[in-house]
Design a protein around this ligand. Structure first.
Ligand SMILES: [Zn+2]
Length: 129
């Protein structure tokens, strides 16, 4: 069963001018086509820890297939681990309809790398290096 973390809309923080980002895909302003709706995404890629999954599954089998009992008896280790930094990006409505999530993630990583490189070169320039 999917687990959804739902924050009621009245508790979601609004966005200020200083929060504004361009679309991570087309790199235009998120309202460039006149559409005022966009997405703010927090993305991180995870990989399963197969050893931890097997240990959890083995405990569950030892306990007669009772997943809830295995949950209580297990050391509650991480079954998946992040394999990327977490990115927070904006995606305009047209791009959200055109690009699969993995493509958005890769484009956002490229953008983050470019921004990091630009920030590093700006720092070097300011220091005369
Ligand atoms: Zn876009």
């Amino acid at each position: 069963m999917p687990h959804v973390i739902k924050t009621p809309i009245e508790q979601v923080a609004g966005l200020k001018r200083s929060d504004v980002q361009n679309c991570a895909c087309c790199r235009k302003g998120v309202a460039h086509g006149g559409n005022i709706l966009f997405y703010q995404l927090r993305l991180a890629r995870f990989g399963l820890d197969l050893g931890a999954v097997r240990r959890q599954q083995g405990l569950e089998q030892m306990l007669g297939g009772c997943a809830r009992l295995a949950d209580v008896m297990s050391p509650d280790e991480d079954l998946a681990r992040p394999v990327s930094d977490e990115l927070q990006v904006w995606v305009c409505e047209p791009c959200s309809l055109m690009h699969p999530l993995a493509v958005i993630f890769e484009l956002a990583n490229e953008l983050a790398d470019e921004e990091e490189t630009a920030a590093t070169s700006n720092t070097k320039g300011a220091n005369g290096g």
